[in-house]
Design a protein around this ligand. Structure first.
Ligand code: FAD
Length: 511
């Protein structure tokens, strides 16, 4: 049967079983389309990265002997949208069977299902053979529960894959979790290990994007594009991480430091989310290093890393499929404020925000604690509408794909899900930022002041958030301490905090 097999831009699995099954009747289709680049304004590096990775995947398939159609954004045969291109090709090539891989995005999943229903030819949907849990594993695991505790899911995954286990059912070293040991501040006087950067010349792709009038955000040096865009480079990045960064990963995973944009983080998320590398090979490479260099890589470093991949990453995907599409509309605190303008240009005097946003615009990257406890924290305390924030996070990061972006943003960072992902909101005042970073030094604001001239905005906004949401949060046992502190404050102090917060929120664009 003459078959057309669609591969989406985040389905570049070089180890998929179908790659190793030659079929002369099948044509693989890789498409650059306006609708996929335009549903939010993406970072220029993200668009270039996807186009380059898709190009390399198409060449890889051809080298394997497959027939491939790769339609680029400005090609004359490009019909515009995904569906228009599919309809045209199915008719033009007299296709007798349509195949695609299970999309990871709800929107595309629905769209392809609907489109398939309109076809009069058979349709086959393949698994992407990428994830370690099925779409519905988490939903079934937590059946009937309001909260989905990551820790329980993570332990189940450790047992399922026999990772860091000794004997049956027991965690290696006797403990499941070493988080408490993984919260060290980085000493800025120490020398860090530089990130591994590639140097591709992608000026041609940048020009094509400009020609196609795709609206983008952020900046790029297209002549020295530094992200991995093939499996070979993704593996190089993995080995660099395992050899040089992993020995410090756990200890400093929550640390932040001026001008250090990735510290000991792997920067593997783009390679993982496009499926150029497999989560299990990432974990196995890390485990092999742990076994080889036990004196260099402690159990707490490796556990911290394994938790991110087989825990958080798989967990977020499970939450997405268990709770979409309602998840995308959740707004527990009914926050309605617009995102401050400086989220788009980093023009703020708050040094922590300036650092995290500036590097996001420059590198299309911020590490987890910057996303969660700097930008996400500010947005939560400033009552920003989660829709606005989702759009920003979905656009700005190299690795941003809805299944992992929205669950982290709306769920983990904004508590807009009312406690599905987290048991309490993740938020902090200047105290937290100062504990985990050197951002507060030389900041225009004073970290120790709650109100008054130059008081750090995070302080009044933090207490104001808890005062405003007392009905929703006071009874939460994990937040008891906060309300005990608030109860000790005088009414005058509370009024001063509220007034300070209101005045900052009024001039939010000038902070
Ligand atoms: P490392 O710190 O080196 O961690 C290794 C890997 O673990 C990552 O590559 C990633 O695959 C996985 N991982 C770690 N934390 C998480 C997590 N919370 N959820 C899922 N996977 C995790 N991650 C994305 O991949 N895409 C997103 O769009 C995205 N948006 C986020 C938005 C917010 C508000 C927050 C708080 C987090 C978001 N994350 C997202 C999760 C996390 O911040 C990134 O995965 C991580 O920063 C990627 O950098 P890295 O590869 O250097 O990660």
């Amino acid at each position: 049967m003459k078959t057309l097999r669609l591969v989406l831009g985040d389905q570049l699995n070089y180890t998929h079983s179908l790659v190793y099954t030659l079929d002369t009747d099948t044509t693989w289709l890789i498409l650059e389309t306006k609708d996929e680049t335009g549903y939010v304004d993406h970072h220029i590096q993200k668009v270039i990265g996807f186009f380059a990775a898709m190009y390399n995947y198409a060449r890889f398939l051809e080298k394997k002997g497959h027939q491939v159609i790769h339609i680029k954004i400005n090609d004359s045969q490009n019909k515009g949208s995904l569906i228009d291109n599919l309809s045209h090709l199915i008719q033009e090539l007299k296709i007798e069977k349509f195949e695609y891989f299970l999309p990871d995005e709800f929107r595309l999943d629905e769209r392809l299902k609907q489109y398939s229903n309109t076809l009069s030819i058979p349709v086959q949907v393949w698994d992407t053979e990428h994830f370690l849990a099925e779409r519905d594993t988490l939903g079934q695991f937590f059946e009937g529960k309001k909260e989905y505790l990551m820790e329980s899911f993570y332990r189940m995954m450790r047992k399922r894959y026999g990772i860091l286990m000794e004997g049956s059912g027991k965690p290696l070293g006797g403990k499941w979790n070493y988080d408490a040991e993984n919260r060290k501040k980085w000493d800025a006087k120490k020398k860090t290990i530089p990130p591994l950067l590639f140097t591709h010349n992608f000026t041609d792709i940048a020009l094509e994007i400009e020609k196609a009038q795709i609206k983008t955000i952020g900046s790029v040096n297209a002549a020295a594009f530094n992200w991995p865009v093939s499996r070979k480079e993704s593996l190089e990045l993995l080995h660099y991480f395992v050899n040089y960064l992993l020995p410090h990963f756990g200890t400093y995973q929550d640390a932040m430091s001026i001008n250090e944009w990735s510290l000991f983080h792997s920067r593997l998320s783009f390679s993982l989310n496009t499926k150029m590398i497999h989560p299990l090979e990432v974990v196995r490479a890390a485990l092999a290093a742990f076994e080889k260099w036990p004196e260099k890589i402690s159990l707490s470093q490796i556990e911290g890393f394994v938790r991110q991949i087989i825990g958080w990453r798989e967990y977020m995907r499970g939450v997405y499929w268990a709770r979409m599409p309602e998840f995308a509309r959740l707004n527990y605190f009914n926050h309605q404020r617009k995102l401050p303008v400086w989220f788009w240009n980093a023009d703020t005097q708050m040094r922590c925000q300036q650092q995290a946003i500036e590097q996001s615009l420059t590198h299309a990257y911020a590490h987890h604690i910057q996303r969660l406890m700097v930008t996400g924290n500010f947005a939560l305390l400033a009552q920003v509408n989660p829709d606005e924030l989702d759009e920003w996070y979905l656009g700005i990061y190299m690795d941003a794909i809805e299944w992992v972006e929205i669950t982290n943003t709306r769920g983990m960072s904004q508590f807009a899900d009312g406690g599905i992902v987290g048991t309490k909101p993740y938020c902090g005042s200047a105290n937290y930022i100062n504990k985990m970073s050197n951002y507060c030094s030389n900041c225009a604001y004073e970290k120790d002041k709650r109100h008054g001239e130059k008081a750090c905005p995070l302080n009044s906004l933090y207490w104001n958030f808890y005062l405003n949401n007392e009905d929703k949060l006071r009874s939460n046992p994990r937040i008891g301490m906060v309300y005990m502190q608030l109860d000790k404050m005088s009414p005058a102090e509370k009024t001063a905090i509220k007034e300070q917060a209101a005045s900052y929120l009024e001039k939010i664009d000038q902070l």
